[in-house]
Design a protein around this ligand. Sequence first.
Ligand code: DGY
Length: 319
Amino acid sequence: MKPTVYITRKIPDEIVNKIAEECTVRMWGEQDIAVPKSVLEQEIEEADGLFCLLTETIDKTMIEKAKKLKIISNMAVGYNNIDVNAAKAKNILVTNTPDVLTETTADLTFSLLMATARRVVEASAYLRKGKWKTWSPMQLTGQDIYGATIGIIGMGRIGEALARRAKGFNMNIIYFNRNRKQKLEEEIEMQYQDLNSLLRNSDFICIMTPYSSETRGLISEKELSLMKKSAILINTARGGIVDEDALYYALRKGELWAAGLDVFMNEPISVDHPLLTLPNVVATPHIGSASIQTRLKMADLAAENLLLALKGRIPKYVI
Ligand code: DGY
């Protein structure tokens, strides 16, 4: 008998078909609405494999409902939505989709950096609202990127890809990471600094670290107060790493110049969230990996992880 797989969102047909060749597929048919918890709780009970997204919280209670689950395949590199220890206790493999999204996510991070530095979104709104009366010397002036100092918090795959982009802009690169990357330091000519020094010295601070108990609230009031008034904070990692209230007050009081945010504590962020009232915030809806090519690769890799595990083999990306 074919194993049963539950897919928690409508994914491209070619990926569903690939899974359906070897499995009985059940799928939440909506594209832009997450599967309700009650539905997922029922489906997980009988599933042999779960293909899920970062929008699903797969906690201990959910995992305990599973009677024969062998694999939770997350279509994301981050896996903070899954209680990995609870899965491990039941011998359920958890997999993710790194590598394929590295360059795309670094691209978005650099786009946010450029958009905030040069006030692209604000300037576009200014023009559309008919505020542009004449060219003026200091109108909508931003911050220089070329030759500025970038501080990268988290030097994993995406941090490294970001550093390579920064190199192309002749930026002075500093980074903070759990462990030093000496070979890379020499190759890219970047410098390791402790977190506080990085915060003090950077013109751009980019958060590229995974979300965990170690990084929750890593950037709070104290850390924000160390940054230059002209500094720009970019977060394309996870919302919970930054204290959003503290960030709002720092931006409003002019203690920080701008922020580019692709991720939020609660997603989707409410449209009346205070951060969204600020002109110096560029906000995007968690689109770090959102290129057609990359999302297809992520879905394909998640399917491959799932199918290998269901055949009793060890997928490449096991957490
Ligand atoms: C991830 O994969 O964790 C990103 O946040 C979404 O692509």
